[in-house]
Write a protein that binds this ligand. Sequence first.
Ligand code: PGA
Ligand code: ZN
Length: 429
Amino acid sequence: MKTAIADLRGRRLWDSRGRPTIEVEVRTCGGGRGRAIAPAGASTGSREAVDLRDEGAAFGGFGVRRVLYGIENEIAPLLRGRNAADQQAIDLLLKALDGTPEKRRLGANALVATSMAVARAAAATMGVPLWRHLAQGGTVPALPLPQIQIFGGGAHAGGRLDVQDFMVVAVGAPDFPTALDWTAEIYRRAGDLLAAEGRLRGVADEGGWWPAFDGNREALETLLRAIEAAGRIPGEEVAIALDIAASVLHSEGRYRLRRDGRELDGDAFRELLLEWLARFPIVSVEDPLAEDDPAGFAAFTAAAGPRIQVVADDLVVTDAGRIREAAAIGAANAVLVKPNQVGTLSEALAAVRAAREAGWNAIASARSGESEDVTILHLAVGWGLPQLKVGALARGERTAKWNEGLRLAEDLPGGGALPPPGSFPWGRS
Ligand code: PGA
Ligand code: ZN
């Protein structure tokens, strides 16, 4: 069998924050080779699968020796001889081998890199692009509509802004390449505006500008100005998406907005977000409330209305069961899909299916700690996820993904076509 796994090994590489991470490389009997690198979050949900690290002083405690030991001594012997083309069987083996619900024994970083490398090796052996190997059949492959970061804040910019991601969505773009063209102009204009006002401090972890704003509203106003300066019609051509990452702001029932000098309870915080929705052309809000406040999520989703996308990230951590629970109370209407939050590709795909059954949208997402690995773009295309979030249009680990999309735009049957407007909450009549 050509797709039988002949060899599997792990190695330590570096991620975009200069921390160690792991790559898994798989070779098949047919000579195919697949590699994948584990990403890592910073504003991680507390219920995410465990990103296993060494304790101790080396690399600030981010060492991966234990992870590599597990790959070499447990994962490799188990997977040798198994069929790389049977992703489901491989992922079940990985899950059973780890044996803990949180993947705390071998680490979700070991599992996700292995699971992705196996998929890549199978695709390479069969001579098909990864997105095609991952495709579930039935869906016409399209490139995802990008959510692209312009300003970075929260845990990705030393808390310099309370809200984590100020992003744009080119809702009126005719295709994927044009969505990137428009966004590039906005990114440039936003940087110029900051520089002119003496507020530019560099770039944050996901490549968005690291701004020295006095408040969150000022960030929204500047973003609006940048969209206009780039010659785009706000709301019609380009809209705003936010990731509040509210868990980071929350403690003991209160939300602390350091920049705005305010501390609000859940009700008042929701009111503030609704004020922003009324004032700015915002189409999507991620993690508006803390991860342990599903009722607050539900109240916000109901108040925002069906045309606003409310995205659950920390609340459901790419877990099918948690998505079903959240959907049952109307806690959101979309989910962020981050395979390393759950461990294996099959479990992430189960989350996508749970979201579809609930009528939720799905957004493939990279992490704040990334690498040149572009698997997430292929997942979005192969699994038919209509949106993708991988940070800014800057920094190599981010542009690697957008550039891969541009290459695929030349290969896909539909070219650079984006999903039809009806695929998105704001496009539904
Ligand atoms: P993280 O941030 O990768 O640091 O968790 C991304 C997000 O919150 O969406
Ligand atoms: Zn998030």
